[in-house]
Design a protein around this ligand. Sequence first.
Ligand SMILES: NC(=O)c1ccc[n+]([C@@H]2O[C@H](COP(=O)([O-])OP(=O)(O)OC[C@H]3O[C@@H](n4cnc5c(N)ncnc54)[C@H](OP(=O)(O)O)[C@@H]3O)[C@@H](O)[C@H]2O)c1
Length: 253
Amino acid sequence: MRDALGSVQSVLVLGGGSDIARAVVRALVAERTRTVLLGARDPGKLDEEIEALRALGAETVEAFAFDADDPGSHERALGEAFARHGDVDVVLVAFGVLGDQEMLKRDPAAAVAHVQTNFTGAVSALLVAAERLKAQGHGSLVVLSSVSAERPRRSNFVYGASKAGLDAFAQGLGDELAGSGVHVMVVRPGMVRTKMTAGLEDVPFTTTPEKVASEVVKGLRRGAHTVWVPPVLRLVFTGLRHLPRPVFRRLDL
Ligand SMILES: NC(=O)c1ccc[n+]([C@@H]2O[C@H](COP(=O)([O-])OP(=O)(O)OC[C@H]3O[C@@H](n4cnc5c(N)ncnc54)[C@H](OP(=O)(O)O)[C@@H]3O)[C@@H](O)[C@H]2O)c1
């Protein structure tokens, strides 16, 4: 349960090794979050981060096994984490893959696997997490979508389509949960400098994991349903979304 000042006391991350998730968790710990549960495919890889979070003031920090590509395991993985800690204020869905569009276009099986991680894996994880939060009567689901969800571009339309599916699902889930005590916040960053984008050239409005974290913390404080990072991308992508197709096709996107 959030404390008397509305600060988040506990956070559970799915995709606990994500650079953006790491920045969000550190920002929350700086604001008095004391319990951190990190779900990752290889929890052993998070030992250093667990120590770092303890040094920053978190009291209970644990990693547990979570694989987005194995939806059959989600009920048990999240059930055990909730059972061990009782109450979770925020579930952050941070796992995802960017992939190489040229390779994905040539390999339909790889494209399907990509969409399964980003979209159907998240569908399962979100439904399981939503049920747990509903049962405790409160909590926020924070979903890392992308500006790509607003209008998929030809240069990465497989990723864009997977994020569009995730984004639509999260919005619908948020509408369905309105009034239940459970809040869904969709986060749409532009390009962020993380290991996912390592080696790629910056694009206009490229940002940092810390900036995403700061907007997530602000969004949680005000109960936002959608957060753009940086915020100006809301205007940029609203414009792009409404461009007539022949004009959109002429853009080098
Ligand atoms: N970076 C950007 O420009 C950007 C922009 C907009 C949105 N986003 C989204 O923000 C989220 C976090 O991205 P990031 O930049 O922080 O990337 P990141 O550092 O590469 O983190 C992605 C994480 O996803 C995990 N993951 C991948 N497949 C998984 C699976 N099947 N099961 C469980 N975990 C899995 C990876 O775990 P392993 O350590 O096991 O590989 C990794 O920790 C993603 O959803 C991404 O699409 C990123």
